[in-house]
Design a protein around this ligand. Sequence first.
Ligand SMILES: Nc1nc2c(ncn2[C@@H]2O[C@H](COP(=O)(O)OP(=O)(O)OP(=O)(O)O)[C@@H](O)[C@H]2O)c(=O)[nH]1
Ligand SMILES: [Mg+2]
Length: 420
Amino acid sequence: MSFFKRLKDKLMGNPDEEEKVVDGHKEESPETEVAESDAEKLRIDTATEAIATQPEVEEQPAIEEPQEPEVEESKQEEVQEIAIVEEQNVEEPVEEKKPSAWSITQKFKAGLEKTRNSFTSKVNDLVARYRKVDEDFFEELEDLLLQADVGFETVMELMDKLRFEVQRQNIKDTQGIQAIISEKLVEIYEQGEEDLIDLNIQPQGELTVILFVGVNGVGKTTTIGKLAHRLKSEGKTVVLAAGDTFRAGAIDQLQVWGDRVGCEVIKQSEGSDPAAVMYDAIRAAKNRGADVLICDTAGRLQNKVNLMNELEKVHRVISREVPNAPHEVLLALDATTGQNALVQAQTFKEVTNVTGIVLTKLDGTAKGGIVLAIRNKLHIPVKFVGLGEKMDDLQPFDAERYVYGLFADGLDKELQNSEE
Ligand SMILES: Nc1nc2c(ncn2[C@@H]2O[C@H](COP(=O)(O)OP(=O)(O)OP(=O)(O)O)[C@@H](O)[C@H]2O)c(=O)[nH]1
Ligand SMILES: [Mg+2]
């Protein structure tokens, strides 16, 4: 099967396994229709984008409408409050419906928009300027990849593969080079050691403990909320431990997420010993027969020895109370900090047994190539990526969807051509 056929199956899902979800309701229609509808979606998405890239038509000046009488300030506040409550209600987890493969693909596409706009437009520009593949073209391409934070080793590996492929297929023209880059990037990402992308969840009836670590502001607490939502939607009972007793407001922030997602939050007062919170939380989780306990911790600056000691203490308590726990130590890294994220990861790796990385705020950077650098440098799997601030914007990392996010526009054509 060709790369693009495989890619298409992955991005759109195997129609035999997919459930058709229309406006939140499962449809009982024959499954072949699903395939058609997804292919249709690709066409529509492509068409919509083509329309979106048309020069904008100037809007007609609006006819002035009579002004609404001014609402008193307190009333306005009331209205706003109601709006917020309604918004939260919208986010309340409803009867869970499985998102379609294509809708997850679209999340990657949206989350990688900044990187795509910056990187792909430069690649397009390069392709237009060069037309023919030669050594100068390769060198400029190399620079572009380095600028996108892909990382030196990965870029070198990719360039070797590209040169080889271009020679093998006797490619002269720069058109279509994006497709080959995509194929080779997926190949690089998926080669080598088996990645443990799936969370190490214990068998039914046993408690799984997940510890989050990372420096200030990288998105630990937010990610915990999103992950709790994801696990709950899989039918698991989740308890949260407010282990960040250091930063003012941190406990309340986790409580807000707990309320939103519908999880119990075990907490003590600000300034108390985080290890004691963990102890309480484990007891509570066990008493309630919870499946997963997710532990928040304070943002740690890696040079503060006492904070690192504290982390070790937390770890000790957890492993004493639950055999083989924590089952996951997830390091949150902020994608917008670029190469600095790699430095943080190295330090945390030395202090604690990091089992996976959550790369947050991928939507906020134009240098989304950092995913590849992390993989190459650290050999720790990127288990999840943060693609936005909404509850369902945390997605398991997926090399194919990631590459699609980088090159969506170029790949849509290839995917359509590979229809048969
Ligand atoms: N755009 C975007 N913003 C995110 C994402 N993840 C987290 N954030 C934002 O990042 C900010 C910091 O997130 P927190 O969850 O408070 O970070 P933290 O690591 O718990 O911070 P400390 O508790 O201070 O250590 C918040 O404004 C989040 O909304 C993401 O994937 N995309
Ligand atoms: Mg926090």
